[in-house]
Design a protein around this ligand. Structure first.
Ligand code: NAG
Ligand code: NAG
Ligand code: NAG
Ligand code: NAG
Ligand code: NAG
Length: 399
Protein backbone atom coordinates (compact mmCIF):
# COMPACT_ATOMS: atom_id res chain seq x y z
CA UNK A 1 0.00 0.00 0.00
CA UNK A 2 1.22 3.43 -0.80
CA UNK A 3 1.28 4.78 2.68
CA UNK A 4 3.04 7.82 1.54
CA UNK A 5 1.67 10.76 3.40
CA UNK A 6 -0.15 13.10 1.11
CA UNK A 7 1.63 16.30 1.98
CA UNK A 8 1.07 18.12 -1.24
CA UNK A 9 -0.91 16.41 -3.92
CA UNK A 10 1.50 16.45 -6.78
CA UNK A 11 3.52 14.28 -9.08
CA UNK A 12 5.66 12.30 -6.71
CA UNK A 13 8.85 10.52 -7.48
CA UNK A 14 9.23 7.57 -5.21
CA UNK A 15 11.21 4.41 -5.16
CA UNK A 16 10.33 1.45 -3.09
CA UNK A 17 13.05 -0.04 -0.98
CA UNK A 18 11.59 -3.48 -1.42
CA UNK A 19 14.64 -4.77 -3.19
CA UNK A 20 16.27 -8.14 -3.04
CA UNK A 21 17.94 -7.75 0.29
CA UNK A 22 18.85 -11.24 1.28
CA UNK A 23 19.05 -11.65 4.98
CA UNK A 24 20.81 -14.66 6.40
CA UNK A 25 19.50 -14.34 9.92
CA UNK A 26 23.07 -14.59 11.16
CA UNK A 27 23.69 -12.72 14.38
CA UNK A 28 27.39 -12.37 13.62
CA UNK A 29 28.27 -10.01 10.85
CA UNK A 30 31.96 -10.43 10.43
CA UNK A 31 32.42 -7.33 8.32
CA UNK A 32 30.26 -4.48 9.48
CA UNK A 33 30.69 -1.67 6.95
CA UNK A 34 33.07 1.17 7.70
CA UNK A 35 32.22 4.64 6.55
CA UNK A 36 33.89 7.94 7.42
CA UNK A 37 36.04 5.96 9.81
CA UNK A 38 32.98 4.76 11.66
CA UNK A 39 32.18 1.09 11.85
CA UNK A 40 28.46 0.68 11.88
CA UNK A 41 27.52 -1.82 14.53
CA UNK A 42 24.84 -4.42 14.28
CA UNK A 43 22.00 -3.42 16.56
CA UNK A 44 21.01 -5.55 19.50
CA UNK A 45 17.54 -4.05 18.98
CA UNK A 46 16.60 -5.69 15.69
CA UNK A 47 13.00 -6.78 15.41
CA UNK A 48 11.99 -9.26 12.70
CA UNK A 49 9.30 -7.81 10.46
CA UNK A 50 6.49 -9.97 9.17
CA UNK A 51 5.65 -9.78 5.52
CA UNK A 52 2.08 -10.03 4.28
CA UNK A 53 0.84 -10.15 0.75
CA UNK A 54 -2.49 -8.50 0.19
CA UNK A 55 -4.65 -9.41 -2.75
CA UNK A 56 -5.64 -6.98 -5.44
CA UNK A 57 -7.77 -4.01 -4.61
CA UNK A 58 -9.80 -1.87 -6.92
CA UNK A 59 -9.06 1.59 -8.06
CA UNK A 60 -11.73 3.94 -6.79
CA UNK A 61 -12.82 7.52 -7.46
CA UNK A 62 -11.26 8.87 -4.29
CA UNK A 63 -7.84 8.09 -5.65
CA UNK A 64 -8.34 10.42 -8.53
CA UNK A 65 -9.88 13.10 -6.40
CA UNK A 66 -7.47 13.09 -3.50
CA UNK A 67 -4.24 12.20 -5.18
CA UNK A 68 -3.45 14.41 -8.10
CA UNK A 69 -1.12 11.85 -9.64
CA UNK A 70 -0.42 11.40 -13.33
CA UNK A 71 -1.88 7.88 -13.37
CA UNK A 72 -4.51 6.26 -11.20
CA UNK A 73 -2.85 4.19 -8.53
CA UNK A 74 -3.75 0.57 -8.27
CA UNK A 75 -2.70 -1.88 -5.69
CA UNK A 76 -1.98 -5.05 -7.57
CA UNK A 77 -0.47 -7.26 -4.96
CA UNK A 78 0.49 -5.26 -1.94
CA UNK A 79 3.20 -6.28 0.39
CA UNK A 80 3.27 -4.99 3.91
CA UNK A 81 6.03 -5.23 6.42
CA UNK A 82 4.67 -5.22 9.91
CA UNK A 83 5.79 -5.41 13.52
CA UNK A 84 4.16 -5.52 16.93
CA UNK A 85 4.06 -2.34 18.97
CA UNK A 86 3.45 -2.44 22.66
CA UNK A 87 1.06 0.41 23.43
CA UNK A 88 0.62 0.67 27.18
CA UNK A 89 0.07 -2.97 28.00
CA UNK A 90 -1.57 -3.91 24.69
CA UNK A 91 0.13 -5.48 21.70
CA UNK A 92 -0.89 -3.84 18.41
CA UNK A 93 0.40 -4.99 15.01
CA UNK A 94 1.20 -2.08 12.68
CA UNK A 95 2.64 -1.58 9.21
CA UNK A 96 6.07 0.00 9.02
CA UNK A 97 6.20 3.18 6.95
CA UNK A 98 9.18 5.40 6.19
CA UNK A 99 7.00 7.78 4.14
CA UNK A 100 5.04 9.25 7.06
CA UNK A 101 5.72 10.26 10.65
CA UNK A 102 2.62 9.72 12.75
CA UNK A 103 2.05 6.52 14.65
CA UNK A 104 -1.62 5.67 14.93
CA UNK A 105 -3.91 2.74 15.51
CA UNK A 106 -7.62 2.27 15.48
CA UNK A 107 -9.44 2.36 18.78
CA UNK A 108 -12.27 -0.08 19.35
CA UNK A 109 -14.97 0.57 18.27
CA UNK A 110 -14.19 2.55 15.13
CA UNK A 111 -16.11 3.38 12.00
CA UNK A 112 -14.96 2.09 8.61
CA UNK A 113 -16.36 3.96 5.65
CA UNK A 114 -16.33 3.26 1.95
CA UNK A 115 -16.40 5.64 -0.97
CA UNK A 116 -18.28 3.46 -3.35
CA UNK A 117 -21.28 1.22 -3.15
CA UNK A 118 -20.23 -2.16 -1.89
CA UNK A 119 -22.68 -4.92 -2.92
CA UNK A 120 -21.20 -7.09 -0.19
CA UNK A 121 -22.75 -4.74 2.35
CA UNK A 122 -20.54 -3.64 5.22
CA UNK A 123 -17.34 -1.96 4.06
CA UNK A 124 -14.21 -3.78 5.16
CA UNK A 125 -11.17 -1.69 6.02
CA UNK A 126 -9.08 -4.80 6.61
CA UNK A 127 -7.91 -3.66 10.02
CA UNK A 128 -7.09 -5.96 12.90
CA UNK A 129 -8.20 -5.50 16.48
CA UNK A 130 -7.43 -2.01 17.71
CA UNK A 131 -6.57 -0.38 21.02
CA UNK A 132 -9.14 -0.97 23.74
CA UNK A 133 -10.01 1.36 26.56
CA UNK A 134 -8.14 4.51 27.55
CA UNK A 135 -4.58 5.69 27.13
CA UNK A 136 -2.72 5.89 30.45
CA UNK A 137 -1.39 9.36 29.52
CA UNK A 138 -4.87 10.58 28.61
CA UNK A 139 -6.00 12.47 25.54
CA UNK A 140 -4.76 15.80 24.21
CA UNK A 141 -8.12 17.52 23.81
CA UNK A 142 -6.68 20.96 23.10
CA UNK A 143 -5.04 19.79 19.87
CA UNK A 144 -6.88 19.78 16.55
CA UNK A 145 -8.24 16.34 15.63
CA UNK A 146 -5.84 13.94 13.93
CA UNK A 147 -6.51 13.61 10.23
CA UNK A 148 -4.36 12.20 7.44
CA UNK A 149 -4.87 11.31 3.77
CA UNK A 150 -2.49 9.06 1.88
CA UNK A 151 -1.78 9.01 -1.83
CA UNK A 152 -3.66 5.77 -2.44
CA UNK A 153 -6.88 7.47 -1.35
CA UNK A 154 -7.09 6.04 2.14
CA UNK A 155 -7.55 8.32 5.12
CA UNK A 156 -7.70 8.17 8.88
CA UNK A 157 -9.10 10.53 11.46
CA UNK A 158 -9.28 10.54 15.22
CA UNK A 159 -7.55 12.30 18.09
CA UNK A 160 -4.23 12.48 19.91
CA UNK A 161 -3.27 10.99 23.23
CA UNK A 162 -0.25 9.92 25.25
CA UNK A 163 1.03 6.43 26.03
CA UNK A 164 4.29 4.48 26.36
CA UNK A 165 5.10 2.84 23.02
CA UNK A 166 7.67 0.03 22.82
CA UNK A 167 9.32 -1.70 19.89
CA UNK A 168 11.09 -4.77 21.20
CA UNK A 169 12.98 -3.67 24.32
CA UNK A 170 13.09 0.05 23.46
CA UNK A 171 10.39 2.33 24.83
CA UNK A 172 9.31 5.81 23.81
CA UNK A 173 7.91 7.08 27.11
CA UNK A 174 4.91 9.41 27.13
CA UNK A 175 4.70 9.22 23.35
CA UNK A 176 2.16 11.29 21.51
CA UNK A 177 0.19 9.04 19.19
CA UNK A 178 -3.15 9.07 17.47
CA UNK A 179 -6.17 6.89 18.01
CA UNK A 180 -8.31 6.55 14.91
CA UNK A 181 -12.07 6.13 15.06
CA UNK A 182 -13.09 7.01 11.49
CA UNK A 183 -11.26 5.65 8.43
CA UNK A 184 -11.26 4.39 4.91
CA UNK A 185 -8.51 1.82 4.74
CA UNK A 186 -7.39 -1.13 2.66
CA UNK A 187 -5.57 -3.32 5.11
CA UNK A 188 -4.35 -6.88 5.24
CA UNK A 189 -6.63 -7.79 8.12
CA UNK A 190 -3.62 -8.30 10.34
CA UNK A 191 -2.45 -4.81 11.20
CA UNK A 192 -4.35 -2.12 13.07
CA UNK A 193 -2.31 0.97 12.34
CA UNK A 194 0.91 2.48 11.14
CA UNK A 195 4.36 3.13 12.58
CA UNK A 196 5.59 6.35 10.93
CA UNK A 197 9.38 6.50 10.81
CA UNK A 198 9.93 9.78 8.95
CA UNK A 199 11.02 13.13 10.45
CA UNK A 200 9.13 15.37 12.93
CA UNK A 201 8.56 18.04 10.27
CA UNK A 202 5.80 16.00 8.61
CA UNK A 203 3.77 15.98 11.81
CA UNK A 204 3.39 19.75 11.51
CA UNK A 205 1.42 19.44 8.28
CA UNK A 206 -1.80 19.07 10.20
CA UNK A 207 -4.97 21.04 10.59
CA UNK A 208 -6.48 23.42 8.08
CA UNK A 209 -3.36 25.57 7.65
CA UNK A 210 -0.93 22.64 7.76
CA UNK A 211 1.29 24.47 10.22
CA UNK A 212 0.88 22.92 13.63
CA UNK A 213 3.88 22.75 15.95
CA UNK A 214 5.70 19.50 15.11
CA UNK A 215 6.04 16.76 17.73
CA UNK A 216 8.57 13.98 18.15
CA UNK A 217 7.52 10.73 16.43
CA UNK A 218 8.26 7.38 18.11
CA UNK A 219 11.76 6.90 16.66
CA UNK A 220 12.73 10.52 17.47
CA UNK A 221 11.57 10.13 21.07
CA UNK A 222 13.65 6.96 21.34
CA UNK A 223 16.94 8.56 20.26
CA UNK A 224 16.29 11.88 21.97
CA UNK A 225 16.00 10.02 25.25
CA UNK A 226 19.31 8.31 24.39
CA UNK A 227 17.76 4.85 24.41
CA UNK A 228 19.37 4.26 21.00
CA UNK A 229 21.81 5.93 18.61
CA UNK A 230 20.00 8.26 16.18
CA UNK A 231 19.72 5.75 13.38
CA UNK A 232 17.53 2.93 12.26
CA UNK A 233 17.84 0.51 9.39
CA UNK A 234 15.54 -1.78 7.53
CA UNK A 235 16.31 -5.07 5.78
CA UNK A 236 13.64 -6.25 3.37
CA UNK A 237 13.71 -9.81 2.12
CA UNK A 238 11.96 -10.99 -1.01
CA UNK A 239 10.43 -13.96 0.72
CA UNK A 240 10.28 -15.75 3.99
CA UNK A 241 11.30 -18.99 2.37
CA UNK A 242 14.37 -20.93 3.21
CA UNK A 243 16.93 -20.18 0.52
CA UNK A 244 20.30 -21.91 0.37
CA UNK A 245 19.77 -23.35 3.81
CA UNK A 246 19.20 -19.97 5.47
CA UNK A 247 15.98 -18.24 6.33
CA UNK A 248 15.47 -14.90 4.66
CA UNK A 249 14.24 -12.43 7.19
CA UNK A 250 13.19 -8.82 7.22
CA UNK A 251 14.19 -6.54 10.08
CA UNK A 252 13.66 -3.16 11.60
CA UNK A 253 16.85 -2.43 13.55
CA UNK A 254 16.87 0.47 16.01
CA UNK A 255 20.17 2.23 16.69
CA UNK A 256 22.25 0.17 14.27
CA UNK A 257 22.32 -2.33 11.45
CA UNK A 258 20.12 -5.37 11.05
CA UNK A 259 21.71 -8.79 11.72
CA UNK A 260 22.15 -9.72 8.08
CA UNK A 261 25.27 -10.12 5.98
CA UNK A 262 26.18 -6.86 4.31
CA UNK A 263 28.09 -6.91 1.06
CA UNK A 264 30.74 -4.22 1.45
CA UNK A 265 31.07 -3.96 -2.32
CA UNK A 266 27.56 -2.61 -2.54
CA UNK A 267 27.67 -0.44 0.58
CA UNK A 268 27.02 3.11 -0.55
CA UNK A 269 25.98 6.35 1.13
CA UNK A 270 24.18 9.45 -0.05
CA UNK A 271 22.81 12.55 1.71
CA UNK A 272 19.18 12.90 2.72
CA UNK A 273 17.69 16.08 1.30
CA UNK A 274 15.25 18.59 2.73
CA UNK A 275 11.68 19.06 1.56
CA UNK A 276 12.74 21.70 -0.96
CA UNK A 277 14.43 18.97 -3.04
CA UNK A 278 11.14 17.97 -4.68
CA UNK A 279 10.11 21.24 -6.40
CA UNK A 280 6.58 20.04 -7.20
CA UNK A 281 5.76 19.85 -3.51
CA UNK A 282 6.25 23.59 -3.16
CA UNK A 283 8.03 23.56 0.20
CA UNK A 284 10.34 26.45 0.80
CA UNK A 285 12.41 24.71 3.45
CA UNK A 286 15.58 22.69 3.83
CA UNK A 287 13.97 20.97 6.78
CA UNK A 288 14.04 17.19 6.38
CA UNK A 289 10.65 15.53 6.31
CA UNK A 290 11.01 12.33 4.33
CA UNK A 291 13.95 10.23 3.20
CA UNK A 292 14.61 12.02 -0.07
CA UNK A 293 17.79 11.07 -1.90
CA UNK A 294 19.26 11.98 -5.27
CA UNK A 295 20.83 8.89 -6.83
CA UNK A 296 23.92 9.44 -8.96
CA UNK A 297 22.29 7.74 -11.96
CA UNK A 298 19.55 5.52 -13.29
CA UNK A 299 20.96 2.75 -15.44
CA UNK A 300 19.28 0.66 -18.12
CA UNK A 301 21.25 -2.25 -19.56
CA UNK A 302 20.78 -4.94 -22.14
CA UNK A 303 21.63 -8.38 -20.86
CA UNK A 304 22.81 -8.88 -17.33
CA UNK A 305 20.94 -11.02 -14.87
CA UNK A 306 19.79 -8.38 -12.43
CA UNK A 307 22.95 -8.61 -10.39
CA UNK A 308 25.76 -8.49 -12.95
CA UNK A 309 25.94 -5.57 -15.30
CA UNK A 310 25.16 -5.77 -18.99
CA UNK A 311 25.62 -3.47 -21.98
CA UNK A 312 24.61 0.07 -21.02
CA UNK A 313 21.65 1.40 -23.01
CA UNK A 314 20.83 4.45 -20.88
CA UNK A 315 22.70 6.08 -18.06
CA UNK A 316 20.76 9.08 -16.86
CA UNK A 317 22.76 11.13 -14.37
CA UNK A 318 20.09 13.79 -13.85
CA UNK A 319 19.78 14.33 -10.10
CA UNK A 320 16.23 13.05 -9.78
CA UNK A 321 14.94 13.29 -6.21
CA UNK A 322 13.34 10.07 -5.05
CA UNK A 323 11.68 9.07 -1.86
CA UNK A 324 12.58 5.94 0.07
CA UNK A 325 9.20 4.69 1.15
CA UNK A 326 9.01 1.26 2.74
CA UNK A 327 5.23 1.62 2.88
CA UNK A 328 4.89 1.79 -0.92
CA UNK A 329 4.81 -1.12 -3.30
CA UNK A 330 5.12 0.85 -6.52
CA UNK A 331 8.01 2.88 -7.88
CA UNK A 332 7.24 6.26 -9.40
CA UNK A 333 9.75 7.57 -11.89
CA UNK A 334 9.73 10.30 -14.54
CA UNK A 335 7.72 9.36 -17.59
CA UNK A 336 10.69 9.62 -19.95
CA UNK A 337 12.68 7.12 -17.93
CA UNK A 338 9.74 4.75 -17.62
CA UNK A 339 9.15 4.83 -21.38
CA UNK A 340 12.83 4.05 -21.98
CA UNK A 341 12.63 1.14 -19.56
CA UNK A 342 9.63 -0.48 -21.21
CA UNK A 343 10.94 0.15 -24.71
CA UNK A 344 14.01 -1.87 -23.71
CA UNK A 345 11.90 -4.99 -23.09
CA UNK A 346 12.22 -7.48 -25.96
CA UNK A 347 9.61 -7.40 -27.37
CA UNK A 348 8.81 -3.94 -25.94
CA UNK A 349 6.13 -3.61 -23.26
CA UNK A 350 2.96 -1.79 -24.31
CA UNK A 351 1.10 0.82 -22.31
CA UNK A 352 -2.59 0.09 -22.00
CA UNK A 353 -4.46 3.21 -21.05
CA UNK A 354 -7.48 1.15 -19.98
CA UNK A 355 -5.47 -0.43 -17.19
CA UNK A 356 -3.03 2.41 -16.67
CA UNK A 357 -0.22 -0.11 -16.74
CA UNK A 358 2.39 -1.51 -19.07
CA UNK A 359 2.05 -5.07 -20.30
CA UNK A 360 4.55 -7.35 -21.98
CA UNK A 361 4.59 -10.94 -23.13
CA UNK A 362 5.31 -13.22 -20.20
CA UNK A 363 8.36 -14.57 -21.99
CA UNK A 364 9.73 -11.11 -22.89
CA UNK A 365 13.40 -10.46 -22.18
CA UNK A 366 13.65 -7.99 -19.32
CA UNK A 367 16.51 -5.47 -19.25
CA UNK A 368 18.62 -4.65 -16.23
CA UNK A 369 17.31 -1.57 -14.46
CA UNK A 370 19.25 -0.09 -11.59
CA UNK A 371 19.74 2.88 -9.33
CA UNK A 372 23.32 4.00 -8.91
CA UNK A 373 24.49 5.44 -5.59
CA UNK A 374 28.16 6.34 -5.50
CA UNK A 375 29.84 3.50 -7.39
CA UNK A 376 27.25 0.83 -6.62
CA UNK A 377 24.33 -0.03 -8.86
CA UNK A 378 21.30 -1.52 -7.13
CA UNK A 379 19.32 -3.47 -9.70
CA UNK A 380 15.62 -4.03 -9.42
CA UNK A 381 14.78 -7.72 -9.45
CA UNK A 382 13.63 -8.79 -12.91
CA UNK A 383 10.66 -10.58 -11.40
CA UNK A 384 9.50 -7.21 -10.08
CA UNK A 385 9.86 -5.50 -13.47
CA UNK A 386 7.72 -8.15 -15.15
CA UNK A 387 5.40 -9.85 -12.73
CA UNK A 388 4.36 -13.30 -13.81
CA UNK A 389 1.60 -13.44 -11.20
CA UNK A 390 -0.25 -10.31 -12.36
CA UNK A 391 -1.89 -10.99 -15.73
CA UNK A 392 -4.24 -8.97 -17.83
CA UNK A 393 -7.42 -10.72 -19.07
CA UNK A 394 -5.66 -11.90 -22.24
CA UNK A 395 -2.83 -13.41 -20.28
CA UNK A 396 -0.13 -10.81 -20.80
CA UNK A 397 2.12 -10.03 -17.86
CA UNK A 398 1.92 -6.71 -16.09
CA UNK A 399 4.82 -4.32 -15.97
C1 NAG B 1 -12.20 5.74 29.88
O1 NAG B 1 -12.35 7.05 30.34
C2 NAG B 1 -13.70 7.48 30.44
C3 NAG B 1 -13.74 8.96 30.75
O2 NAG B 1 -12.72 9.33 31.60
C4 NAG B 1 -14.42 6.62 31.48
O3 NAG B 1 -15.78 7.02 31.53
C5 NAG B 1 -14.34 5.17 31.04
O4 NAG B 1 -14.91 4.34 32.03
C6 NAG B 1 -12.90 4.75 30.81
N1 NAG B 1 -12.89 3.43 30.20
C7 NAG B 1 -12.09 2.44 30.62
C8 NAG B 1 -12.24 1.15 29.89
O5 NAG B 1 -11.31 2.59 31.54
C1 NAG C 1 -3.50 -2.26 31.34
O1 NAG C 1 -3.43 -0.88 31.61
C2 NAG C 1 -4.68 -0.31 32.05
C3 NAG C 1 -4.53 1.21 32.15
O2 NAG C 1 -3.21 1.62 32.04
C4 NAG C 1 -5.07 -0.95 33.37
O3 NAG C 1 -6.30 -0.40 33.82
C5 NAG C 1 -5.19 -2.44 33.18
O4 NAG C 1 -5.43 -3.07 34.41
C6 NAG C 1 -3.93 -3.04 32.58
N1 NAG C 1 -4.18 -4.42 32.23
C7 NAG C 1 -3.32 -5.38 32.50
C8 NAG C 1 -3.72 -6.74 32.04
O5 NAG C 1 -2.24 -5.17 33.02
C1 NAG D 1 -14.08 10.09 17.33
O1 NAG D 1 -13.65 10.58 18.57
C2 NAG D 1 -13.86 11.98 18.75
C3 NAG D 1 -13.21 12.39 20.06
O2 NAG D 1 -13.65 11.59 21.12
C4 NAG D 1 -15.36 12.26 18.74
O3 NAG D 1 -15.57 13.63 18.87
C5 NAG D 1 -15.91 11.75 17.42
O4 NAG D 1 -17.31 11.90 17.43
C6 NAG D 1 -15.58 10.30 17.20
N1 NAG D 1 -16.00 9.91 15.88
C7 NAG D 1 -16.59 8.74 15.63
C8 NAG D 1 -16.97 8.49 14.20
O5 NAG D 1 -16.76 7.92 16.50
C1 NAG E 1 17.05 11.93 -17.65
O1 NAG E 1 15.74 11.84 -17.13
C2 NAG E 1 15.10 13.09 -16.94
C3 NAG E 1 13.76 12.79 -16.30
O2 NAG E 1 12.99 11.94 -17.13
C4 NAG E 1 14.96 13.79 -18.27
O3 NAG E 1 14.38 15.07 -18.06
C5 NAG E 1 16.32 13.95 -18.91
O4 NAG E 1 16.18 14.51 -20.19
C6 NAG E 1 17.02 12.61 -19.01
N1 NAG E 1 18.37 12.81 -19.48
C7 NAG E 1 18.89 12.11 -20.45
C8 NAG E 1 20.30 12.41 -20.80
O5 NAG E 1 18.26 11.24 -21.04
C1 NAG F 1 6.65 -16.07 -26.38
O1 NAG F 1 5.26 -16.18 -26.18
C2 NAG F 1 4.49 -15.89 -27.34
C3 NAG F 1 3.03 -15.86 -26.94
O2 NAG F 1 2.72 -16.88 -26.04
C4 NAG F 1 4.80 -16.94 -28.42
O3 NAG F 1 4.06 -16.66 -29.57
C5 NAG F 1 6.31 -16.87 -28.71
O4 NAG F 1 6.65 -17.90 -29.62
C6 NAG F 1 7.12 -17.03 -27.45
N1 NAG F 1 8.52 -16.75 -27.78
C7 NAG F 1 9.51 -17.51 -27.39
C8 NAG F 1 10.88 -17.07 -27.80
O5 NAG F 1 9.35 -18.52 -26.71
Amino acid sequence: MNKLLLVAASCLVSLTTAGPFEGTGSQNVAHAPVRDGLRYAVSTHAIPMRKHDVTASMSHPAMHRRANLPVPLKNIYDVYYSIDLKVGNQTIAVSVDTGSSDTWMVQQPYECVSFWFDPAGEPDCGLGVGFKGNLSGGLLPDLPPFSRSYVDGTFVSGFYGVEDVSIGDITAHNQRLALVNYTYWHGDGQTSGLLGLAYPYLTSLDGADQNQPPYSPVFTTMWESRSIDPLFSIALSRSQEISGGTQQESYLALGGLPPVDVDEKTWAGTPIHGMRAVPQWGFDTDEKGMYIIKPDAFVLEKGGDGTDSGEVLVKNTTQIPILIDAGATLSYLPKGLVNELYAAFDPPAKYMSSGGLFYALCNATVPNFGVQIEESIFYMAKEDLLRQTARDPTGECRR
